[in-house]
Each structure stands twice: as structure tokens, then as C-alpha cells.
Design a protein around this ligand. Sequence first.
Ligand SMILES: NC(=O)c1ccc[n+]([C@@H]2O[C@H](COP(=O)([O-])OP(=O)(O)OC[C@H]3O[C@@H](n4cnc5c(N)ncnc54)[C@H](OP(=O)(O)O)[C@@H]3O)[C@@H](O)[C@H]2O)c1
Length: 282
Amino acid sequence: MSDFSSTSTAARLLPGGPVAERILTEVAEGVAALRAAVLVGDDDASAGYIRIKQRQAARLGFASPHVHLPASASQADLHAVLVDFNADRGVHGVLVQHPVPGHLDYDRALQVLDPDKDVDGMHPVNMGRLALGLPGPLPCTPAGIEALLAYHQVPVAGREVVVLGRGATLGRPLAMLLAQKRPTANAAVTVVHTGVADWPRYTRRAEILVVAAGVPGIVRPEHVRPGAVVVGGGVRYEGRRLLPDVDESCARVAGAITPRVGGVGPTTVAMLFRNALKAAGG
Ligand SMILES: NC(=O)c1ccc[n+]([C@@H]2O[C@H](COP(=O)([O-])OP(=O)(O)OC[C@H]3O[C@@H](n4cnc5c(N)ncnc54)[C@H](OP(=O)(O)O)[C@@H]3O)[C@@H](O)[C@H]2O)c1
């Protein structure tokens, strides 16, 4: 727990691994003979993510058939697969691995998917449910961040959270989630982006700073309030090299910080399976 008066030179680490393990243990206990479908477009970078998710699915006892469409697949081909999955009562959860090849429209495909099978929590209906506080699959990365903070006993309620980035997968839904009336949320949330030229003015006053810009090294120590909790959500890949938004030197100023590798990522995958279990009525 950060008290904002920390003078230590190394921030406490907030790893996502143990959070993910706890969630996945709960999920595994709930899995009987469920099936989760994973659909991948013909994208090399995505193949690795699919493999990780399938390994995890097997470990948890989910069946995870996946349809690998060729790069030449049309939007109609993609929709046809989703329509089949929608109708298949043995398939409880479906995800369209992002990004899809350039000629395909991910958002349109998502709208074809049955919102109750949307384990990514990204369907417009599920975003609407989130906005209205109705039950439904939550977007995985934001839900994972809430779980990570709760697991590490970082108080969120009543505190000032600043989110850098308002993207649809992370910043925007996270802001909605952490502002909800719940003991592990209930925060005063501010969202900053390219429209706020002096965003450091906001990040410097954040008790909890979540970085979700996808701009390597955008947050440096001078942008962080001493003793603050820093969560690095944004990453970019250069080949296989992971380039995080949060410069590692921020650990000198922060009270607690997610590690460069093994922070938000594992909790995102864990939430995917929690959504899959819930989609199956578990
Ligand atoms: N770890 C995980 O499991 C995980 C999962 C999902 C996503 N991510 C990562 O999270 C990041 C965000 O994802 P997303 O889909 O939400 O991204 P996105 O749609 O690209 O949104 C990026 C946001 O950052 C803002 N931004 C970019 N450059 C900025 C700058 N120089 N100054 C201020 N604001 C800036 C943008 O502002 P504007 O709106 O003004 O353009 C935008 O709101 C990505 O790096 C993604 O890879 C990680």
C-alpha cells in the first residue's frame, strides 16, 4: 500500500502473475466440460497470443477449437464463422483475435458476434452494459487492472486516478470501471489524451496513474507523483521486443509499480477465462 510519503528508492512491484493465478484457480474450479472457441485471422503476430490462450485453455479444462481463416478470407467468410459459433450451443465463448488483416473490419465482425459469447467484453452491447452498470462480460484489460489493484491491496475508492489514454480497449472502459460504485473502484477518475497538451499537470497529481497510450517511454519520473501507484498498460512491440509506455526509471519515484513484464498482461488473459466461465453459466 502506498502512503505517498515514500522516500525509498525502489517502488514495490505489483506483479500480475499471482493475481492471474488466483483468478485462474477459481476459474478451473468452475470448469466442468465447457468449450471456448478462439478464432484467429491470418496474422503472424497474433499466432503467439492464440497459442498462449490455447495452452491456458487446455490447462483449465476448456476445449478451445479455433478457426484459422486464410489471409484472403472476406468479411463475409469471417461473419459466417461467427454466425456458426453464435448458433452452436456447445460454444460458450468466442473471441476474434485482434488485429485482423487490413482488408477486414474488426468492429463490424464484433457486431455480428452474440454479445453473451463475447469473452473479450468488447461488443458494443457489452460496452453499453458497462456504461450502465449492467452485468455482462467486462473488457479484459480494464477488469484485470481493477483485480490487480485489489489483489495488491491498493486502495482505489475515493482516490484520484488519472488514466493516460482514452482508447476503446483500455483507457475509456477502465475509466468507466474505476468510477463505478464498488469497494474496489469508486475513484475520482480523470482521463487525459492528445487533446490535453499539458497532461503531465494531471498525471503529477495522480495517486494512481494508469498509462494506456501505446507510446513507448511516454511516462518518465517527472510525470509521476512521488509515492504514487503506477500501472503500465500500454505496450508496443518492435519485433519481439516489448516497449512499455512507462519508463523503468519511474520505479525510483513511484510507491508501487507494475513490472515491465508480467504486470497487466497475465491479468488480461485470466479475465478472458473468467468471462468464458461466466458465459457458460459458471
Ligand atoms: N497489456 C495488455 O494486456 C494490453 C491489452 C490491451 C491493450 N494494451 C495496450 O494498451 C495501449 C492502449 O490500447 P488502446 O487500444 O486503448 O489504444 P489506442 O486506441 O491507440 O489509444 C491510445 C490512447 O493514448 C492517447 N495518446 C497517444 N499518444 C499520446 C500522447 N503523445 N499524449 C497523450 N495521449 C496520447 C491517444 O489519444 P487520442 O485519443 O487523443 O488519440 C489515445 O486515447 C496499447 O499500447 C495496447 O497495446 C495492452
